[in-house]
Design a protein around this ligand. Structure first.
Ligand code: 8YV
Length: 339
């Protein structure tokens, strides 16, 4: 048995995971409830073997060049790795892992919850009572009318694990399934879903009533929903995003909703620079937009399983084997420069 791996964990993890890490590794955890700065990271990684990172750590080429030489593994606590320059990491001899699969179902549940909440006016309906202190004008045949989901067409952008899990749920709600993906899925995936593959994203956007984003953020997918593409979405349709805000031209989305052309958007992720776009907040206030706080995978169960996956990745790697969840520098993966 060699020396215990020395790890730096950049964010607090569930207590059971931190406790298990402490028994297995020489563990340092950033106990502050804010991300570490680049300098903190470099300093905190002195004589460490492993960086346990999260989406809030910006690990770009410049930081990678400054990392102490003992660091050999970046074990991301999360599925998306757009905060890491994967190519620069591998070029510097680092291995990168992530925690896919364990958050698939919970993330798909949240996409479905948002997909129901917007057209059925769920938040607004709750606020009517809460804001009225328990009183409201009462039921009428025309109060709180929304849009029926059953029978509508859902366009999924990115038919990977999460996109497929969303399609399964949506099918049960009576939606027809359409998808655009880098590559067409097999008949085994398509047939049970009755899914229609669209080789052109533009064409799919023109045809569906709801668009839901399930593609990772890469250089290729940044602003995939450009102003021009958002303008192609059907009048009265709406957008769901539980992936990354940078997939969308957000000001253009806001414009499309303000003008009344789009019904709205249900966003678990949004641009955040000293706060959110006030126009987006105003739309949320007017119940045209629903915003939740990047919580699509935020169940205790998923967080614990993500922690367990991080532990397995670290142990296999430090034992000299290939970790189960390698993130390779292919398929355009690489850091996206946030404006
Ligand atoms: C996490 C996520 O909240 O895994 C992802 O890609 O966006 C979420 O599950 C976050 O990334 C944890 O680092």
């Amino acid at each position: 048995i060699g020396p215990r791996p020395r790890i730096l964990v950049t964010r607090r993890l569930p207590a059971t995971i931190e406790a298990r890490m402490a028994t297995l590794f020489e563990t340092d955890v950033n106990e502050a409830d804010v991300p570490l700065t680049g300098d903190d990271l470099v300093e905190g990684l002195a004589e460490k073997d492993v960086l346990v990172s999260s989406i809030t750590d910006r690990i770009d080429a410049e930081l990678i060049a400054r990392l102490p030489k003992a660091v050999r593994l970046i074990a991301q606590f999360g599925n998306g790795v757009d905060n890491i320059d994967i190519e620069a990491a591998w070029a510097a001899g680092l291995t990168v892992t992530n925690t896919p699969s364990v958050l698939t179902e919970d993330t798909a549940d949240m996409a479905m919850a948002l997909m129901l909440a917007l057209p059925r006016r769920l938040i607004e309906g709750s606020q009517v009572l809460a804001r009225g202190g328990g009183y409201w004008a009462g039921w009428s045949p025309t109060s709180m009318l929304g849009m029926r989901l059953r029978g509508k067409a859902l366009g999924i952008v990115g038919m990977g694990r999460i996109g497929t899990a969303v399609a399964q749920r949506a099918k049960a709600f009576g939606l027809s399934i359409h998808y655009f993906s880098r590559s067409r899925r097999s008949a085994q995936v398509e047939e049970p879903l009755g899914a229609t593959y669209w080789p052109s994203l533009d064409a799919m956007l023109e045809a569906v009533d709801i668009v839901s984003l399930h593609t990772p953020l890469t250089r290729e997918t940044q602003r995939l929903l450009s102003a021009e593409r958002l303008a192609r979405m059907k009048a009265g349709s709406f957008l769901v995003n539980v992936s990354r805000p940078e997939l969308i031209d957000e000001p253009a989305l806001v414009g499309q909703i303000e003008s009344g052309r789009l019904m709205g958007a249900a966003l678990d992720v949004f641009e955040y620079r000293d706060g959110v776009n006030p126009r987006l907040l105003a739309l949320a206030d007017a119940n045209r937009v629903i915003m939740t706080a990047h919580m699509a995978s935020a169940t205790l169960e998923a967080r614990v399983e993500m922690g367990e996956a991080v532990i397995v990745n670290i142990r296999t790697f430090m034992d000299g084997h290939q970790p189960p969840h390698l993130v390779l520098p292919e398929g355009g993966a690489g850091i996206v420069r946030r404006a």
